[in-house]
Write a protein that binds this ligand. Sequence first.
Ligand code: PEP
Ligand code: MN
Length: 326
Amino acid sequence: MDLLGKIWIVGPCSAESVEQVLATSQALPPGIIFRAGVWKPRTNPNTFQGAGMRALPWLQATRRPTATEVATSEHIHAAVQAGIQYLWIGARTAANPIAVQMLADTLATLPQRPTVLVKNPVNEDAALWLGNIHRLERAGVPVMAIHRGCNHKPCWRMAFELRRQRPDIPLLLDPSHMSGDAKRITELCKKALELEYNGFMIEVHPDPKNALSDSLQQITPKQLTLIIHHLQDHPVPTNDPIELRWRRAEIDELDDQLWSTILRRMQVSDAIGKLKKSQHLPTLQPKRWQQLVDYRRAWAKENGLPTELIDQILEAIHKVSLDRQQ
Ligand code: PEP
Ligand code: MN
C-alpha cells in the first residue's frame, strides 16, 4: 500500500492481550511502525492502567518495528531490552522537565539508542516542547516531534513555532488524542498533509467500542485503510505558500476559541438569568452594563482596537443574552 511517503505509527491505545495486539497488527498494512501503550498515564486510578511488563513480548510478536510510551528509567530499560526501537514521551510526562531530564539521562547510558518521539506537553507551551527535544538531543538520541494538541484541540500556533525553529525534525500529527473523536481523524489527516507534516500517530483497535482505554477515538484497521485510500484519491491543495497555510490554520484555531467562548458566555448568562428570575431582579441592570462597556472600551484603546468594534460586538452579544434571559 502507498503510504503517501509519510511515517505511520499505528496501533491500539493500550496493549490489552496478545490476541488483541496480533489481531490489530495483522490487519494493518506493511510499512507501519506498530504502537501500543503498556504503561498508561490514566486520569482515573480506577480504570485500566496498562498491562505492564508482560505486554512487551506481545509487541515483539508482531515482528514489526514497535513503539511504546515510557515514563520512568525502568520503563526505558525494559522496553529497550524487549527490542522496542521507538519510545514516546507522553503529554503528561512532557509537562515535567525534571522527569524528561531523568529519561534523557537514562537514554544517554544505553549502548544502542532508540528513537524518541516527543509529544507536545498537555498545555500549549512551544518553549517547553522545544526544551524537551533539546534535552533528548543532548543525550544523543534521534528525535521526532508529535503534535497531539491540548484539551482535545489542535494547537497549530505551537506546532508552527516548532516547525519554524526546528524544520530539521520530523513532525507527526496524532489526530486521535488531538480530537478524542474517531469521526474527526480523516479531516485532521488532511490538514496535516496540507501543512506538510512528515507522518502520523493514529490509534487503531479491532473493536474500538470495547477498548479498555480511549474507546471514543480509536478506529478499526479497516477504517484506517479506507482513510489512507481516501487521502491517496483526494490530494489536498498545496498551491498557496506554506506559511499562509499555517497562518490560516491558526485563524481557524482562534475562531474556534472565540466562538466557544461566546457560547460559554451565553451559558453563564443563562444561569444568571435564572438566578435573577428566582430573586425577582430585573433582567437589565444598567449600571453593571455600563461598567462592562467602559472597561472594555478602555481595554480596546490600550490594545489598539477601534472602540466601534467593541460597541458593535458587545451590543450584539448583549442583545442575544437579554433575549435568552427573558
Ligand atoms: C497515548 O499515545 O496513548 C497517550 C497516552 O498519549 P498522550 O500522552 O498524547 O495523551
Ligand atoms: Mn490513547
